[in-house]
Design a binder for this molecule. Sequence first.
Ligand SMILES: *Cc1c(COP(=O)(O)O)cnc(C)c1O
Length: 396
Amino acid sequence: MSKYSINEKGYYGQFGGAFIPEILRKNVVELKENYLQIMENPEFQKDFQKLLHDYVGRPTALYHAKRLSEKYQTNIYLKREDLCHTGAHKLNNALGQILLAKRLGKTRIVAETGAGQHGVATATVCALMNMECVVYMGEVDVNRQFLNVQRMRMLGAKVVPVTSGNRTLKDGTNEAIRDWCCNPANTHYIIGSAVGPDPYPDMVARFQSVISQEIKNQLMDQTGRDYPDHLIACIGGGSNAAGTFYHYIDDERVKLYAAEAGGLSLTDPEKSAATIHFGREGILHGSRSYVMMNEDGQITEPYSISAGLDYPGVGPMHAFLAQVGRTKTMPVLDAEAMAAALELTKLEGIIPAIESAHALALLPKLKFGKDENVVLTVSGRGDKDMNTYAKYFNLQ
Ligand SMILES: *Cc1c(COP(=O)(O)O)cnc(C)c1O
């Protein structure tokens, strides 16, 4: 138990908890009473590790990026989550949760999705495990991310367009929770990030912690030392960052940096998704954290060029780590992220997801020693963002 861990009541400091309707209490308690025991069961670990290896394609490479290192006069290692099956780290969590749902005797899965990446990861594991899958997605997102809708449908999922509210991610999440309330006995809700009521944030962080476990082993092999001096990740809800930081949280030799989506402005919250920069304490989707809201406490619609980072909340773990100063959270503007994406592409031949490009955009903002080691998680690949890149860079 460290000073940064979640406590037995489900809080990181003042953040977290489980603010849920009474009808869900039974489900959430069932999950809380069972998740650690199931996850630590050797049979479960055997199944999970085997699929991580054979199906997801783990361990993902830790790549020493020589030209990028030269540019920033340090040693930069990229943790290549972009090489995971379906293109991002999200499958680690979806796979873990569906194995857990099976052991809880559930037969039906619901999920929310914004950009569609978590929906695709969930539809993928539901096909794999032969489970019924319903994905709630704001109608605006259905239209914006139609390729992912088609993917989910091909995988056998039912995609339900949500027409309430702003018809985006927050509304999809509300609808998924509503479905779960109506079908508590047979349904598990696979949440897509380190958010939601306790125990979701901790459970998702544990499933993603394979990222930092591998970084430790790979750094040891490649540098003779199992920790870096600097560790960098982007945060939307905070699952890839939670996984990247997990095994280093108590190791104060390692400096932790999180990049959040600044959008178009660091002074106008209407044009940004920088939740830790702008947000106020509030409750969203079952937990207390920083939330983007207006004077009346209404959740506002965040903006970022990156569809995976425009969530109006942030996982309670990251709210806490930022508050106590364990992580340094920095907002990155759209233009900075896009320039960083192009830089990585030109220097290393890797087209990152725009989300991941936010982490890369911290490189010019930070100071590194020549002999220091920097590990940066490339959370996903850029294929899904090619339309945005093509328009932005005017690629013919
Ligand atoms: C969804 C997504 C993110 C943001 O989610 P987190 O839970 O904060 O990790 C980041 N990168 C990629 C590639 C994504 O698909």
